[in-house]
Design a protein around this ligand. Structure first.
Ligand code: TYD
Ligand code: MG
Length: 446
């Protein structure tokens, strides 16, 4: 092995100290010291890898997990030896998803489940409830990383789930369990061993309240893949998104529904998003979105009402507040809707987070509908980005959006003129290309 000794460096300001310190003497931040190797000297006994050209390197093999919505987000499956951070709010369903993954792989791949949160008995109960296949799922209640490393080196499971990274600590590392430097050290030790054993490491991390730095965010650069499981805690829908993927794209979204039998996959989310929609009510519009490569129809609701405050409220849920501000300014300028003394509430239904510019037109129509007090015709779906001059700008994947809208029974699609020219006509659907937001409101609400 190469000779190395250890020093500690402040992850905030870079101050170096031979010992670990709780507080950095340079920048006075707490719990920022992380371990690093110093002075790596060449050692004749070490095999140094020969550089090879990339043509000689095989691309990463992906093993489909059998959970299609998870595979979609991962870009096809798991990569042996890779590390995946699965983050999310407490109670959102991370342990459930990990158990279902282990179950889906049973018969092919052995899973080691390091249970730091629940007892093995509690996990057994959850697995039974899920109807999970558990013959290849080994559970160990363990909190010490060094012990996990030993178990991994001996047993070489295909997957190791650590539930959660906040409940394990490296005994050799002096920082307190749960602290940032402890989280980083534990994660680095685990990724190192799993890389060498070819094990897929699934690290579960609770997203802590903003402001708490000891959360999974700090681990994102250490792991290969970062997934977040999100969803409205009162609703049943769950969205799985990749915010980082060293083996593929990050745009895909997996959709699940939490049921008594765990997370069931939702292949076609439009039905669920529109299930409780009441047509003929002012303040509602249906938008045709792209979630990754999949078209999805969703409902946006808006409510405008006279404000009792000198500073009227803008309350958004699932919609970007800055984009709403632009849309309100455009509606004011182009259509004379003065909402400076009105509260405006906008909500993407179903816990969906709509961060696509092409959602603008739906948001604008929902607001216009609320202001005018007239419902958008229930046969209409819309998409398009609204520019600062009120122009409606073209959106990608027009044909797929139109097709999905047609499949969901919409017969008039209000869309950018440019997209209307591009989109292949679906049968029984009338495409209404609009140049600006005025034309869209006219088409949808008069
Ligand atoms: P869990 O996976 O334990 O959440 P996390 O690990 O992210 O903290 O699941 C959280 C909730 O899901 C829990 O309140 C119970 C519920 N649940 C179901 O509704 N159905 C199920 O089959 C299971 C296992 C859990
Ligand atoms: Mg859990």
């Amino acid at each position: 092995m190469a000779k190395s000794s250890i020093e500690y460096v402040c992850s905030r300001c870079g101050h170096v100290n031979p010992q670990w310190l709780g507080r950095c003497p340079a920048c006075e931040a707490w719990d920022t010291f992380v371990e690093r190797a110093t002075s790596i000297s060449r050692d004749a006994s070490v095999d140094v890898a020969e550089p090879v050209t990339l043509t000689g390197v095989e691309s990463a093999v992906r093993v489909p997990t059998g959970v299609a919505e998870l595979d979609r987000v991962l870009g096809g499956g798991i990569v042996p030896g890779s590390s995946v951070l699965l983050g999310g709010d407490p109670g959102v369903g991370k342990s459930t998803l990990a158990l279902q993954l282990a179950s889906a792989l049973a018969g092919r791949i052995k899973t080691l489940y390091v249970a730091g949160e629940e007892t093995p008995a509690q996990l057994g109960t959850a697995a039974a409830r899920l109807g999970a296949k558990t013959e290849d799922v080994y559970v160990v209640p363990e909190h010490v990383v060094e012990n996990v490393v030993t178990i991994l080196a001996d047993g070489r499971p295909g997957i190791c789930v650590v539930d959660s990274v906040q409940t394990v600590h490296a005994a050799a590392h002096p920082a307190p369990p749960g602290s940032l430097s402890q989280l980083k050290t534990s994660t680095m030790m685990l990724t190192e061993i799993t890389k060498s054993t070819g094990t897929v490491l699934v690290l579960i991390g609770h997203v802590t309240k903003s402001g708490d730095i000891a959360g999974p965010k700090a681990l994102e650069h250490i792991v290969d893949v970062v997934l977040y499981l999100e969803g409205d805690r009162h609703g049943s829908l769950r969205f799985l998104r990749a915010s980082k993927n060293r083996f593929g794209a990050t745009g895909e979204v997996g959709v699940f529904q939490m049921t008594e039998k765990g997370l069931t996959e939702v292949e076609r989310p439009s039905e669920l998003f529109l299930a409780e929609r009441q047509a003929d009510v002012p303040g509602s519009a249906v938008i045709a979105l792209m979630e990754g490569s999949r078209p999805v129809l969703a409902e946006v609701q808006a409510l405008t009402s006279a404000s009792g405050f000198s500073n009227p409220q803008r309350v958004v849920s699932g919609v970007d507040a800055k984009r709403l501000a632009i849309i309100l300014a455009v509606l004011d300028k182009r259509l004379g809707y003065d909402l400076s003394r009105s509260d405006v509430f906008v909500n993407a239904v179903g816990g969906l987070y709509v961060n696509e510019p092409a959602a603008d037109l739906g948001v604008a129509l929902a607001i216009a509908s609320s202001v005018i007090g007239r419902a958008v015709d229930p046969t209409i779906a819309a998409f398009g980005e609204v520019g600062l001059a009120g122009e409606v700008r073209g959106a990608a994947s027009a044909t797929r959006r139109v097709k999905e809208a047609a499949r969901m029974g919409f017969t008039r699609i209000i869309l950018p003129e440019k997209s209307a020219a591009e989109a292949k006509k679906a049968s029984n659907v009338h495409l209404v290309g609009v140049a600006d937001v005025d034309a869209a409101v006219e088409a949808a609400l008069t």
